[in-house]
Design a protein around this ligand. Structure first.
Ligand SMILES: Nc1ncnc2c1ncn2[C@@H]1O[C@H](COP(=O)(O)OP(=O)(O)OP(=O)(O)O)[C@@H](O)[C@H]1O
Length: 340
C-alpha cells in the first residue's frame, strides 16, 4: 500500500433494503431515482456513493435524519454487506475478506463511538475503559496502565473509580471515547457522539475532540446532522440526501460554492467569515503586494486588516511559501455578506 492510498475507498457503492436487493439492482435501469426505487418497494440507504477517506483526515458525514449516514458508515466496516460497488480498507477489498479476517480487521484497526454511550453500569470508569483490552486477552497490569493513559487523555484523571451514574453526560461520553481509544484504532467511526449532550458541554467536547485529533492524527469518519458541528470539526464534509452524496469538499468550498440547491440551503445562515480561510481565496499565480497573510487565517480573523488596508491583491502564504494572492474586495464581500 503506497503512502497516498486512501484508508477507505468506496466506488459506486449501493446499499438497497428490500426483498431481493441484488436482483433489483441488477435489473434496475441507470438513473432510476430514489423515489422510483421507493415506489418499487425498495429503499436506497446508500445510492451510488464514491468517496475516499484519507489518512489523518476528519471526514464528516452530514445529512438530515434518514439520509443514509449511518448506513454508509456501517458499510465501511461491513457491518452491512453492500448491494453493489466496492469498498477497500487500506487497499484490501473488504467484501472478499473471510469472516475471520474481517473480524480481526475491525478489532485491530477500527474504533467506534455511538450516541448512546453504551457504558457498563456496574463497572467503574477504569474498568469500562479497560473492557475492550480484557476482551483482547491483555493481562490486568497492561490493561490498567493503558486505561489510565487514555482516561488521562480525555481529562478524567481522578475519576477512575467513579461509576457511570456518578458522571455527567459529557463525562460519560468521554469514557466512551476513552474506551474506543484504548485499542488504538487507526480508523475511528463516531456516530453522532455528542448529540445527547447539552449545547455548552457539546461545544466543550468538540474542542476537546479537536485537541485529541491534533495529538493523535487518526483517520476519522464523524456523523452528524448538525451543520455547525460539521463546519467546526471537518477537514472535509460529505453532505448526504436520499442515500447519495450531494457534495464532498472542504467547509470553505462548500459554503463558497454549494454544488446543489439542497446544499445551498444548509449554507444560507452560516457566517461565512468564520469558515472561509485566506487559502481558499488565494488565486494561484496572482501577485500581491506587501506583507502576506497566512492561508489558515479566517476572513473574520483578518477583519481589521481588510477594512483598514488599501491593497487590491494581498499575498497569501502557506507554511511560509507564497501560494498566490487574494482579492481584498472578495474577502471584504464575505466579511460584509455582500458577495454576489
Ligand atoms: N435495516 C434496515 N432495513 C430497512 N431499511 C433500513 C435499514 N436501515 C436503514 N434503513 C433505511 O435507510 C435509510 C437511511 O437510514 P440511516 O439510518 O442510514 O439514516 P441516517 O442518515 O443515519 O439517519 P439518522 O440521522 O436518523 O440516524 C432510511 O430510510 C432507513 O429507514
Amino acid at each position: 500500500m503506497s503512502a497516498d492510498t486512501p484508508v477507505i475507498s468506496c466506488k459506486n457503492v449501493w446499499k438497497i433494503f428490500g426483498k431481493d436487493p441484488k436482483g433489483y439492482l441488477e435489473s434496475m435501469s441507470p438513473g432510476t431515482s430514489y423515489d422510483e426505487i421507493r415506489a418499487d418497494g425498495y429503499i436506497a440507504g446508500v445510492k451510488d456513493v464514491s468517496i475516499d477517506v484519507h489518512k489523518g483526515e476528519m471526514l464528516v458525514i452530514m445529512g438530515l435524519s434518514g439520509s443514509g449516514k449511518s448506513t454508509l458508515v456501517r458499510c465501511f466496516s461491513r457491518l452491512h454487506d453492500i448491494t453493489g460497488g466496492t469498498i477497500s480498507v487500506e487497499g484490501q477489498d473488504i467484501m472478499s475478506l473471510p469472516e475471520k479476517e474481517l473480524i480481526e480487521l475491525r478489532r485491530s484497526k477500527m474504533g467506534m463511538v455511538f450516541q448512546s454511550f453504551g457504558l457498563l453500569p456496574h463497572r467503574t470508569v477504569l474498568q469500562n475503559v479497560a473492557f475492550p483490552l480484557e476482551m483482547r486477552g491483555q493481562d490486568r497490569h497492561t490493561r490498567r496502565e493503558r486505561a489510565m493513559e487514555v482516561v488521562k487523555l480525555v481529562g478524567l484523571e481522578g475519576r477512575e473509580d467513579y461509576f457511570p451514574r456518578e458522571l455527567s453526560g459529557g463525562q460519560q461520553q468521554r469514557v466512551g471515547i476513552a474506551r474506543s481509544l484504548a485499542i488504538e484504532p487507526d480508523i475511528w467511526f463516531l456516530d453522532e457522539p455528542f448529540s445527547a449532550l447539552d449545547p455548552l458541554i457539546r461545544k466543550e467536547m468538540q474542542d476537546e475532540f479537536l485537541r485529541l485529533q491534533q495529538m493523535l492524527n487518526k483517520s476519522i469518519v464523524f456523523i452528524t446532522h448538525d451543520f455547525d458541528e460539521a463546519l467546526r470539526l471537518a477537514d472535509r464534509i460529505a453532505i448526504m440526501k436520499d442515500g447519495a452524496v450531494e457534495q464532498c469538499d472542504t467547509p470553505d468550498r462548500i459554503v463558497l460554492n454549494p454544488a446543489t440547491e439542497y446544499v445551498r440551503k444548509f449554507t444560507e445562515d452560516v457566517d461565512k467569515a468564520r469558515v472561509v480561510h485566506a487559502g481558499v481565496l488565494a488565486q494561484a499565480g496572482a501577485k500581491g503586494e506587501g506583507e502576506p497573510v497566512d492561508a489558515k487565517a479566517t476572513v473574520q480573523g483578518m477583519a481589521r486588516m481588510l477594512v483598514n488596508d488599501s491593497r487590491e491583491m494581498i499575498p497569501v502564504q502557506k507554511n511560509n511559501t507564497l501560494i498566490g494572492a487574494m482579492s481584498r474586495k472578495a474577502a471584504l464581500d464575505i466579511l460584509l455578506g455582500t458577495e454576489g
